[in-house]
Ligand binder design. Structure first.
Ligand SMILES: O=C(O)c1ccccc1NCC(=O)[C@H](O)[C@H](O)COP(=O)(O)O
Length: 209
């Protein structure tokens, strides 16, 4: 089994290089100003220029105005949109791009419902629920709430690090994992050593499978 890896919330060119060198399948740029990992369009253009072929450049939004997404799409060569707020399926579908939807998991049955609601998504990202923050919380949630039946790819996020990613993959068997805080030295600053350790753990568990 192979588990893909998305590294989210990069803000520095050297972190793009480190994530790509470590083996990232996808890179996430945050277009949500309250986040300490938020980037401007100009920053995003410079970061995007360092992302090579076959690495999926993902733009993350939280309840954005339509015009804001269009403005980013006009200027930044995103491969995938990630909606991390309370966006409707109609909204997510309206940009003519591939997209994934994040669900912040709080209770049983929520993920099953989201699979039905967001059936056109290219993947469903499951993350921890927090009363104050939409994501990037560094918290994990109860993985027993994740169903085994998955009509579209499931991406596991929330509080992952080199310490728990192997166990997470073994238990949940996700299509991909998504990490931000667990590979950082400070918010928005990725740590090359933590990135390497994270990928080593993913490879170790995938090899033994
Ligand atoms: O990273 C943020 O600051 C953020 C803010 C608002 C919505 C989503 C955000 N990040 C989303 C991600 O994709 C993170 O990788 C995911 O939430 C996991 O974060 P972490 O628990 O720090 O690994």
């Amino acid at each position: 089994m192979i588990t893909r890896v998305k590294i989210c919330g990069l803000t520095r060119p050297e972190d793009i290089d480190a994530a790509v060198a470590a083996g990232a399948d996808a890179i996430g740029l945050v277009f949500y100003q309250p986040s300490p990992r938020s980037v401007t369009i100009d920053q995003a253009k410079a970061l995007a220029a360092r992302v090579p072929a076959f690495v999926t450049l993902t733009g993350l939004f939280v309840n954005p105005p339509v015009d804001e997404v269009r403005q980013v799409l006009d200027q930044v060569p995103l491969d995938l949109l990630q909606f991390h707020g309370d966006e409707s399926p109609q909204f997510c579908n309206s940009f003519g791009r591939r997209w994934i939807k994040a669900v912040r998991v709080r209770e049983a049955g929520q993920i099953e419902m989201a699979f039905g609601q967001y059936a056109n998504a290219s993947g469903l990202l499951v993350d921890a629920w927090d009363p104050q923050r939409y994501g990037g919380t560094g918290q994990s949630f109860n993985w027993d709430l994740i169903p085994k039946e998955r009509p579209i790819p499931l991406i596991l996020a929330g509080g992952l690090s080199s310490a728990n990613v192997a166990g997470a993959i073994g238990q949940v068997r996700p299509w991909a994992v998504d990490v931000s805080g667990g590979v950082e030295s400070a918010k928005g600053k990725k740590d090359a050593t933590k990135l390497t350790e994270f990928f080593n753990e993913v490879r170790r568990v995938c090899k033994t499978d």
